[in-house]
Design a protein around this ligand. Structure first.
Ligand code: DX5
Ligand code: ZN
Length: 263
C-alpha cells in the first residue's frame, strides 16, 4: 500500500511556543509540518495566521529535517512565492478559487492567464472569449505552479469543501503540472472543525485519474477520519487539533494515527 505522510498543523499549536511545536513534531517523527499562511485577504478564509518571517524562524528551529508545507489561504498567492522560498518553505499550496474570476479582484497571475488563454483561443479558431473563459483559471494555475517549481518548491492546488472538482484541475494534475492537490475536508480558516466526508469523492476521483499525485486532506483529521481518507486514496494527512490538542502529546497522537492507518 501507499506510504502515508502525516503533517502536523501548527495552527493548532500554542503560538507563544512555536519552537516547541516544531520540536514536538520532529521528535514524533513527523516528516512534514503544515503551515497555514493566511493574511485575512480572502473572505472564505477569514483568519490571519503567520507569514514569511515566522516561516523563516520555524525553518531555523527545524533545521533541514522537516518538509515545510505552506497552505496559502489568501487572495494573492503569487506575491508570496519568492518570499516563502527564501524563508525555507519546501512546498506551496494555493487555492483554485482565488484564481477564479469574481473573488475580490484580479491577481497578476490571473491577468496573465487571461491574456494567454485569449491568444490560445484565437489560435484554436473558437470563439476567443468562450474558450478563454473556460481556460483562464487553468492557465493561471499552471503558470503559478510553474513559478513555485522554478523557485525550487513543490506546487499544490487546494479546493475548499464547496468547490466541485474542476475537470481542468484533474487534467493539469494528470499531465504532471502540479505535485499535490489539497482536498479540504473543512472550510479553510480555523482548526477544530468537523470533517466533511463528502469531500472524499474528490479524493477518489483524483486518485483514480492520477496515481502519482500527492492527494492531501486537511481538516478534522483523527484516526477514524484518516482511515476513511486513506481508503479513498489520500496520502498526505494534515492534523492540527488532534495532534496539538492530544492529552498525551504529539508523539502519542502520531502513534495513534500511524496505527489506525496500518489496520
Ligand atoms: C484549516 C487549516 C488546517 C487546520 C486543521 O483551515 O487549513 O490546516 O489547522 O486543523 P484541524 O486538524 O484541527 O481540523
Ligand atoms: Zn491547512
Amino acid at each position: 500500500s501507499r506510504d502515508i505522510i502525516i503533517a502536523p498543523s501548527i495552527l493548532a499549536a500554542d503560538f507563544a511556543n512555536l519552537g516547541a511545536a516544531v520540536a514536538a513534531a520532529a521528535a514524533a517523527g513527523a516528516p512534514w509540518l503544515h503551515l497555514d499562511v493566511f493574511d485575512g485577504s480572502w473572505a472564505a478564509c477569514d483568519n490571519f495566521s503567520i507569514g514569511p518571517p515566522v516561516v523563516a524562524a520555524l525553518r531555523r528551529v527545524a533545521g533541514g529535517g522537516l518538509f515545510l508545507d505552506c497552505h496559502l489561504g489568501l487572495m494573492a498567492p503569487g506575491r508570496y512565492v519568492e518570499r516563502l522560498a527564501a524563508a525555507g518553505a519546501d512546498g506551496i499550496t494555493f487555492h483554485w478559487e482565488v484564481l477564479q474570476g469574481g473573488q475580490g479582484g484580479q491577481q497578476d497571475e490571473q491577468r496573465q492567464g487571461q491574456q494567454e488563454a485569449e491568444s490560445e483561443g484565437g489560435r484554436q479558431g473558437g470563439t476567443a472569449s468562450s474558450i478563454a473563459a473556460a481556460a483562464t483559471t487553468a492557465v493561471a494555475v499552471r503558470q503559478l505552479a510553474g513559478r513555485i517549481r522554478s523557485a525550487g518548491m513543490r506546487a499544490g492546488v487546494a479546493l475548499a469543501p464547496d468547490t466541485a472538482l474542476p475537470e481542468e484541475l484533474v487534467e493539469l494534475a494528470a499531465q504532471g503540472h502540479v505535485d499535490m492537490v489539497l482536498v479540504m475536508t473543512v472550510p479553510p480558516g480555523f482548526g477544530g472543525q468537523t470533517f466533511r466526508p463528502a469531500a472524499l469523492e474528490k479524493v477518489a476521483r483524483l486518485r483514480a485519474a492520477c496515481p502519482q499525485l500527492l492527494v492531501q486532506v486537511d481538516g478534522g483529521i483523527n484516526p477514524a477520519t484518516a482511515r476513511q481518507a486513506a481508503a479513498a486514496g489520500a496520502d498526505v494527512m494534515v492534523a492540527g487539533s488532534f495532534l496539538y490538542g492530544h492529552p498525551q502529546g504529539v508523539a502519542e497522537g502520531m502513534e495513534e494515527l500511524r496505527s489506525a492507518l496500518k489496520q
